[in-house]
Design a protein around this ligand. Structure first.
Ligand code: TRP
Length: 455
């Protein structure tokens, strides 16, 4: 039955295709925009250590569980739960609809940050970012975000580019593009690291990144790290589930997920190694927060020999990373619309892009026209980030864990993850099951309560 479904349904064609597409989803602005700024503002190595634990104990098991559900059902995030849930428990597909909403919300602000990155490629190439003063760099950034037309225009460009790729399909669009982009991304990242590490004074940045100061690990740091692990691995909203539905029948899911996790981690570390040594070598502030990329980085690069070239490489690389991640975000609603409403892939993609353009406009205009519109003290950009990252992702994560750990069960999980007896990985599956049933849902519950400021 899966065989027949496979031949009509689009999907990844090779094992390498599965790997690069999934890695393309995990690697994104999260590695280059969120990871360094959160590491910088949460004290460096201690944060990194907690993030590693969160990724291993929670992130990886949830990623495996999600991918497994998708491949078992070979359907979008909503229909998957209709197929795998027990008949009378009709409420499980709600997880898929939450994912639908989360995808649109994340895309709304993610496409705007990606838009700034695209804009910065051109600014870097034109030499407009050539200043060693973070203050001046800050003013340039403020100028960009305060311009309503530029903000919308860059966002629409990003949506147009990624939307056209998704329209082409899973194999001919997503897989074909990530196959070319991911290797390029690694090459550019290595070039940047070599440059940054060869600067005098780089050692201080490395020690900031690699020698933990355990006193800095507060409960808040713990929870921030767990949230980042979710965002990084694209879990909690059916994204990995949707990609899992395109996996090949004989794909080793635990092995693939582990590889993706390690590769994603390497990208974050390489990005950290490219950024922090340079930040320290030129005496900048590592705790600059979300502005680190757009304000500190131009100044850091301008201060080094060959700066314009390396700055351009940096923003091109970031743009590439954002593409793979956005394709996976778009695929969640596109698959739901295309499969459930028989819309066809082109129309489903078009509707999704239009929805994001509408919902994304207030986010894009958050530093201009909509800056005064506040809910719970947040402008639309911050609100969308908060709603998705702090509420929908953790909630979805808990529900997926509860479903797999308490409803789906170990015997079925063993069949699915062991590829119906083909793989001899029962011990590993039992460990993953234990994490999914107890460890992950409880730790995620802590993140959620923190996100809602309940404690
Ligand atoms: N993981 C991507 C990043 O780090 C972002 C992303 C893609 C994502 N798909 C997702 C985040 C699904 C949450 C859920 O940039």
């Amino acid at each position: 039955m899966t065989q027949a479904a496979n031949s009509v349904r689009d999907g990844f064609t090779t094992s390498f295709g599965v790997l690069v597409a999934t890695l393309g989803s995990a690697v994104g602005l999260g590695n280059i925009w969120k990871f360094p700024s959160l590491t910088g503002s949460n004290g460096g190595a201690g944060f990194l250590l907690v993030y590693l634990l969160a990724t291993l104990l929670v992130g990886l098991p949830v990623m495996i569980a999600e991918t497994m559900l998708g491949r078992a059902a070979r359907a979008n995030a909503v229909s998957t739960f209709e197929r795998v849930a027990p008949r009378r428990q009709w409420w499980w597909p709600v997880i898929g609809w939450m994912g639908f909403a989360a995808a649109l919300l994340i895309l709304s602000f993610y496409s705007e940050v990606a838009g700034w990155v695209y804009a910065y490629i051109f600014k870097a190439l034109a030499g407009e970012l050539a200043t060693t003063d973070p203050q001046v760099a800050g003013a340039i950034f403020a100028g960009l975000v305060a311009d309503p037309l530029a903000s919308l225009g860059w966002q629409w460009l990003v949506l147009g580019v990624t939307g056209s790729i998704v329209m082409l399909g899973v194999a001919k669009g997503i897989e074909a593009v990530t196959r070319k982009l991911m290797p390029l991304l690694f090459i550019l990242l290595l070039v940047l690291c070599a440059r940054s590490l060869s600067l005098p004074g780089a050692a201080q940045g490395l020690s900031f990144l690699f020698s933990p100061d355990l006193a800095k690990i507060t409960p808040a740091v713990l929870l921030t790290a767990l949230g980042l692990a979710f965002f990084k691995l694209s879990i909690g909203m059916g994204c990995m589930l949707t990609y899992g539905s395109y996996f090949r029948d004989n794909q080793n899911i635990p092995a693939t997920a582990t590889r993706v996790m390690f590769a994603d981690l390497s990208v974050s570390l390489l990005a950290g190694m490219a950024i922090f040594p340079a930040v320290f070598a030129f005496g900048f502030e590592p705790a600059a927060g979300p502005s680190l990329v757009f304000m500190t980085i131009p100044a850091v690069f301008t201060a080094m020999p060959g700066g314009t070239v390396f700055m351009s490489i940096f923003f091109i690389l970031t743009a590439i990373a954002s593409v793979g991640a956005m394709l996976s975000l778009l695929e969640v609603p596109v698959a739901i619309l295309a499969e459930r409403y028989a819309l066809g892939r082109k129309r489903a993609s078009l509707y999704t892009i239009l929805a994001v353009a509408v919902l994304g406009a207030p986010a894009a205009l958050s530093s201009s026209l909509t800056s005064e519109i506040k809910l719970f003290g947040m402008n639309p950009f911050e609100l969308f980030d908060f709603l998705s990252s702090n509420i929908l992702l953790p909630l979805g994560g808990i529900l997926i864990c509860v479903f797999v750990g308490w409803v789906y069960g170990l015997p079925e999980m063993t069949r699915q993850l062991g590829n119906h007896g083909e793989l001899r990985n029962q011990r590993l599956i039992r460990l993953v099951f234990f994490l999914i049933r107890y460890v992950a849902p409880l730790s995620i519950a802590a993140v959620l309560l923190h996100g809602l400021k309940i404690f």
